[in-house]
Structure formats: structure tokens, C-alpha cells
Design a protein around this ligand. Structure first.
Ligand SMILES: NC(=O)c1ccc[n+]([C@@H]2O[C@H](COP(=O)([O-])OP(=O)(O)OC[C@H]3O[C@@H](n4cnc5c(N)ncnc54)[C@H](O)[C@@H]3O)[C@@H](O)[C@H]2O)c1
Length: 277
């Protein structure tokens, strides 16, 4: 299975990505006939998840504000024999989100799976955090996730389905200098659990994945800011046992989206190699 390229963003003080063998593609046809929308599909975890779902048979709409990156993911999927198309949408451009989701559903002939993976963040001193930075982080990670969920609902409720959102161990465990990011990701947990119980009777499952430090470009934005207590940051954020790999997370998104997780609903699944165990 093709996977996205990693950022190799580790600094000398950070552990390198793990060298353990890749997880096998379990149940390689779990998504045959499924129609999936993946946000953040141009890079990192979203790109790997789009490829994983496609490798298991799904037809995938690859949404991202980075159209060129989404096209690279689509090319990797089609080169591997899968089916996908790119969908350009900036989640901060709110009026365009619903139409983009509708377009994905129209081109796929419906929706069975939605993985909300687009996101951004970083470490900022509370004293330096601007309202614009706060709004930007909440706008993409929380409001963007909600807008996609809301727009996808009529399509998913047609016949059940699964939403898998993305939180972070920054929300499930205390992380310094991450007020906006942790708040946005904590909000994702709240909306995930609320939607899970609201729509369970209709057969829709809503879960979220909480990645720990993972080897993608976003890791570069989680370095200690000027003026930070570096020891505080490294003691909490540096993983042991190696950084996660995008494909480790992709396997988890695929599990929660699949019938293997048919009785898993409203769950927050931490994937951090035991860092915050
Ligand atoms: N990598 C980690 O260590 C880590 C840890 C915890 C949680 N996460 C979460 O995992 C998710 C994926 O991150 P990643 O590590 O793959 O990072 P990444 O930077 O490789 O990918 C993020 C993707 O989101 C897209 N995106 C950002 N803003 C957008 C917007 N306004 N509209 C549409 N697309 C937008 C980017 O273009 C990019 O393709 C994020 O939600 C992130 O918060 C990552």
C-alpha cells in the first residue's frame, strides 16, 4: 500500500520515527463499495488515511485547501489501482464547506464514511496568543469539523455510516502552551460524543482519534516558542518509543470507520504508543 511521505521533522533531541514493521492491511476489502470523504487529505495523517481507505476498496473524495497536495494523494491512490478525486475547500471559508461536502456526495453517489482530519496548531505563550490565532485554530479544527459533520449528516443518515473526527492527546492530557489548540481539540471530543448519542438510533457512529506526536509536517509547529520553559515542553510532548507514523493513524481511522468497530460509538481512541498511558 502506498503511504504519504513523512516530514522527517525530528530535531536532534527528538526520537526518530519508529522502525517497527508496518501494520498489515487487515481485512483488505472492508470498504468495497464504500464512499468516503477525507479532509486534510493533502498531507500527513489525512493523506495516509485516504490511501488506506482506498486500498481497502473505498472511493475517496480528498478534500483539502491545498489542491496540489490533494492531487498528489489522488495520484498515489490511482497508481495503486484505487479510485479518488481531489476537492479543494478551505474550511475557514464557511459558506463553501456545505457545497463541497454536497459535491463529494454527488460525485460519489452518497457518503458512508467521513474522516475529519484537516487541522493545524502550535505552541504559543498565552501572553502572546492573539485573538486572530485563537479564531484561526478554533475555526479550522473545531468549526471546520462541525461544518463538515453537519453538511454530511443528510447523506450519512440515508443508510447509517461513520464519522471519525480528529482530536489530540493535547486535549486528553495537559499540554503546555497549547490553549487554543487544546481548546479546539477538546471541543472536537464534545461534539463527537454528543453527535454519537444523538444519531446512534439512526445507525450513524461518531468517534474520534487522538493522535500523539506523529511524524508529519504539523510537528514543526509544536516546537517550544521563545520564552517557553523548554523542559516543561519536552517532558510532556516528547514521545518515547518513537514518533507515530501517518500509517499508524490511518489504520486506526480505518478501524473506527469500518464494520469491525460496529459497536464502538462516541469513543476517543488515543494512538500515542503509550506516551500518555
Ligand atoms: N502530527 C501530530 O503530531 C498530531 C498530533 C495530534 C493531532 N494531530 C491532528 O491530526 C490531524 C492531521 O494533522 P497532520 O499531522 O497530518 O498534519 P499535516 O499538516 O500534515 O496535515 C494537515 C492537513 O490539513 C489541511 N488543512 C489545514 N487547514 C485547512 C483548512 N483551513 N481547510 C482545509 N484543509 C486544511 C492542510 O492543508 C494539511 O493537508 C490534525 O487535525 C492535527 O491536529 C496531529
Amino acid at each position: 500500500m502506498a503511504t504519504s511521505s513523512s516530514s522527517s521533522s525530528s530535531s536532534p533531541s527528538e526520537p526518530a520515527p519508529s522502525t517497527r514493521p508496518s501494520s498489515p492491511v487487515a481485512g483488505a476489502s472492508r470498504f468495497t463499495g464504500s464512499r468516503a470523504l477525507v479532509t486534510g487529505a493533502a498531507s500527513g495523517i489525512g493523506a495516509a488515511t485516504a490511501q488506506r481507505l482506498a486500498a481497502e476498496g473505498a472511493q475517496v473524495a480528498c478534500l483539502d485547501r491545498d489542491r496540489a497536495g490533494a492531487e498528489v494523494t489522488v495520484a498515489a491512490i490511482t497508481a495503486a489501482g484505487g479510485r479518488a478525486f481531489a476537492l479543494e475547500c478551505d474550511l475557514l471559508d464557511r459558506p463553501t464547506v456545505g457545497p463541497a461536502v454536497d459535491r463529494a456526495a454527488a460525485e460519489l453517489g452518497g457518503l458512508d464514511v467521513v474522516c475529519n482530519i484537516a487541522g493545524l496548531g502550535g505552541l504559543v505563550l498565552d501572553e502572546d496568543l492573539t485573538l486572530d490565532q485563537w479564531d484561526h485554530t478554533i475555526g479550522v479544527n473545531l468549526t471546520g469539523t462541525w461544518l463538515v459533520c453537519q453538511a454530511a449528516l443528510p447523506h450519512l443518515l440515508d443508510g447509517g455510516g461513520a464519522i471519525v473526527n480528529t482530536t489530540s492527546t493535547a486535549a486528553t492530557n495537559a499540554t503546555p502552551y497549547a490553549s487554543a489548540y487544546a481548546a479546539s481539540k477538546g471541543g472536537v471530543i464534545g461534539l463527537t460524543r454528543s453527535m454519537a448519542v444523538t444519531h446512534a438510533a439512526a445507525g450513524l457512529r461518531v468517534n474520534c482519534v487522538a493522535p500523539g506526536p506523529t511524524d508529519t509536517p504539523i510537528a514543526e509547529t509544536f516546537l517550544p516558542p521563545d520564552g517557553a520553559d523548554v523542559n516543561l515542553v519536552t517532558s510532556v510532548i516528547l514521545p518515547f518509543g518513537g514518533l507515530g507514523r501517518p500509517e499508524d493513524l490511518a489504520a486506526t481511522f480505518a478501524f473506527l470507520a469500518s464494520a469491525d468497530a460496529a459497536h464502538v460509538n462516541g469513543h476517543v481512541l488515543k494512538v500515542d504508543g503509550g506516551q500518555r498511558a
